[in-house]
Structures are given as structure tokens and as C-alpha cells.
Design a protein around this ligand. Structure first.
Ligand code: SAM
Length: 364
């Protein structure tokens, strides 16, 4: 049963009471319709007694919906001090369930918030089909949502931060185009670097769309709400950074043969040899385009590229736009080798999980 909040001024009145005119510079677009904020909490699957971190609560529309859904603890991270008094008002109404962190979410380690909380819901093994009773939720400015999702995907890949507790689901809003890219299947115009980075470590799903007209003030674009459930086993066995670098270069020339982008990973004297080697080893056609590569092919290419980076110290640091870069100098740098592949407690179901994921998620 949903927990009732004591009577509160309507959201619209809250905005007037606390003089919360949206700041354009912070891309503040508020959700004032509680039907929509409740739908976000419902699609995030917040249940009674769950623990939630909300990023960018602003005047608190989603915050109210999360509290109503029965979260027994809600920590909100808000950068703009103007929202602190109305959030305090909400926290008082919520009893002892809500805690306010006046911080920049890009600099906040959300995994630390509950570190010393003895009553925290139990951690759940990454290979369990169950998810911990915890959530991360946010309707953020578009310019913050993109760097934040990269930070969170990286943290998931290392099972660190809040993901030390298990496969905590994440529900965030994005401008519709970005939401489509995150969830894009193969061979679509929306397929991009972020599709691969999101899909190798999570199963992202656009749970619904919100028309721009539902926000105050109205943004130029519509919005997609995406729920990310971390995969039991990532589909690529390299570090996040190696896959990210490969994807960045491969998607650099989207309309051209994949060979053109891939060669930018290597210094000119090695590009033909190492690119040929990788294409042959991975049985990838160099004349295909990046959007036609499946996750399994990205997995093979990333693992092959990782192996080349180990064989040629400094290669991982190579940046083709920097004319000063040469492998001899780069190999002397302290981080000349790629970050190691994260190793976690092994599970006998690992291969099965991976095969299951590839078969059942039509992204390859
Ligand atoms: N969640 C509210 C809603 O749906 O009505 C507000 C949405 S508004 C688009 C984004 C909110 O995120 C604002 O309250 C803004 O101050 C906050 N915000 C922006 N950048 C932030 C950051 N780096 N860390 C934490 N909060 C941030």
C-alpha cells in the first residue's frame, strides 16, 4: 500500500511559495504533473521499503512520487541551493525517510551515502536473478545526464559505487534522441558509441516517452525515460576504457568503411598490419559500417585490441590527433598498458548467462 504524505501545497504552489523560477543556464525543466512523476516511480519499480537515491530533485515532483510509492529511505542530491528549503519542507513531511545532499551529482560518490547505514537493504550477488531493493532515479538537465550515465556505466562495469551492493537498477530521463541511441538496435541510424557502452553492461529499455509540453518551462525536445538493469555478466571482456576507446574511433566515421575509423587507433607505421590482423582474427569485414557491427563483434574487436595494446605498450595511449605521439615515448608513461580486465568472483553460470543474454536481447 502506498504511504500517504501529510497534506502538502500543490507542486505549482510550491514553486510560487519558494520563488523557484527555472534557471535556463541549469536547463531546469520541471515536471509538474504528478501522474507523470508517479509513472516514473512505477516504471522504476520502486516498492515499499526500497531505498532510493534521486539525482536532481528540484522542486520535488518525482521525490513526492518516490515517497508515496513507499520508499523507506530516499537520499536526494541537488546542486541548486534554492531547492534546499522546499526539499526540507518535503523531508519534514516525510518523517525520517528523506535526506538531502546539497552537492554536485557529477562529484558525488552515491555508493558512499549508505556505506555506514546498518539497516541498508541486503546486497545481492551479481549473478542472482534478483536485484537489490535499491534504485537510482533522476530527471536531470540534458547536459548532465550524458556525462552522468557514462560515469554510472563505468561504475557498474567495475561493480563499484552503489553497484558494490549488486545490480541496482537505474532510471534516468534523456532527450528523446539520446534515449533512442542508448537503446538502439543494430543497423539503425541511432546506433552509436553510447548504444554499445550502455548495452554491453546493462539491458536498457525506454519505458515511456514524455512530451516536452509536460515540462515547465517547455523544452525544445521530447524526453525518453530509460531504465537500465545491469547485466549479470558484461558482454565484453575488456575494461570499460578499452571498449570506450575502440567505440569512439570506430564510430568516428559513421558513413565510411569501419576500416577507416579503426585505423585511427594505430600510429601510421603500424596501422595496416594491426588493423588487418584484427579484422582477420575477428572475422569482421573491413568494408562494413560501424552501425552494422553487433555487440559480439565489438566484443571480439575490443578483446583483440586489448591484446595488441598489451603487446605494444603505449598503444592504448596513442591519440592520432596528437602529432607528437609515438609509441616509444608513450611506452615509458606509467599507464602505458590498458586498464586490466575487471575480475569478479567467478560463477559457473557465467557462460550460460552470456549466451542467454546474446540470444534474448535483440541487439546484436
Ligand atoms: N527532478 C525535477 C523535476 O523532474 O521536476 C527537476 C528537474 S530539472 C530538469 C533538473 C534538476 O537537476 C534541477 O533541480 C537542477 O538544479 C538539478 N541539477 C542540475 N545539475 C545538477 C548536478 N550536477 N547535480 C545535482 N543536481 C543537479
Amino acid at each position: 500500500m502506498a504511504l500517504r504524505l501529510p497534506p502538502l501545497p500543490a507542486l505549482r504552489d510550491f514553486i510560487h511559495m519558494y520563488r523557484l523560477r527555472a534557471k535556463k543556464i541549469l536547463s531546469q525543466n520541471y515536471l509538474m504533473d504528478m501522474n507523470i512523476t508517479r509513472k516514473i516511480a512505477k516504471q522504476a519499480k520502486v516498492k515499499e521499503n526500497d531505498w532510493v537515491v534521486e539525482i536532481g530533485p528540484g522542486p520535488g515532483g518525482i521525490t513526492r512520487a518516490i515517497l508515496e510509492a513507499g520508499a523507506s529511505r530516499l537520499d536526494v542530491v541537488e546542486i541548486d541551493n534554492r531547492f534546499i528549503p522546499p526539499l526540507q519542507h518535503l523531508a519534514e513531511a516525510a518523517g525520517s525517510r528523506m535526506f538531502i545532499h546539497h552537492e554536485d551529482a557529477l562529484r558525488t560518490e552515491i555508493g558512499d551515502i549508505w556505506k555506514n547505514e546498518p539497516n541498508r537493504p541486503s546486497s545481492v550477488d551479481w549473478h542472482s536473478p534478483n536485484l537489490p531493493a535499491m534504485h537510482v532515479i533522476g530527471n536531470l538537465p540534458f547536459n548532465i545526464a550524458s556525462p552522468l550515465i557514462i560515469k554510472y556505466l563505468r561504475d557498474m562495469s567495475y561493480q563499484r559505487g552503489i553497484w558494490q551492493y549488486g545490480r541496482v537498477p537505474l532510471t534516468l530521463t534523456f532527450q528523446l534522441e539520446v534515449a533512442k541511441r542508448l537503446c538502439s538496435p543494430i543497423a539503425c541510424d541511432t546506433r552509436s558509441r553510447i548504444s554499445i557502452m550502455a548495452q554491453y553492461v546493462t539491458e536498457p529499455k525506454m519505458v515511456f516517452q514524455i512530451s516536452g509540453s509536460c515540462f515547465v518551462p517547455r523544452p525544445q525536445v521530447d524526453v525518453g525515460v530509460v531504465r537500465f538493469v545491469p547485466r549479470k555478466t558484461p558482454l565484453v571482456k575488456t575494461s570499460f576504457e578499452v571498449l570506450e576507446k575502440l567505440c569512439r574511433q570506430v564510430f568516428h566515421y559513421r558513413q565510411k568503411y569501419v576500416e577507416k575509423g579503426l585505423k585511427t587507433l594505430y600510429p601510421p607505421e603500424l596501422e595496416n598490419e594491426l588493423a588487418d590482423e584484427l579484422f582477420k582474427k575477428c572475422r569482421v569485414d573491413p568494408t562494413t559500417t560501424s552501425i552494422r557491427l553487433g555487440i559480439e563483434q565489438f566484443a571480439d574487436l575490443a578483446e583483440g585490441y586489448n591484446e595488441q595494446c598489451i603487446r605494444h605498450p603505449g598503444l592504448f595511449l596513442y591519440d592520432y590527433t596528437n602529432k607528437q605521439h609515438n609509441l616509444e615515448n608513450l611506452s615509458k608513461e606509467p599507464n602505458a598498458l590498458p586498464p586490466p580486465v575487471p575480475v569478479f568472483q567467478s560463477s559457473s553460470t557465467e557462460t550460460e548467462d552470456n549466451e542467454w543474454s546474446l540470444k534474448n536481447f535483440n541487439i546484436s
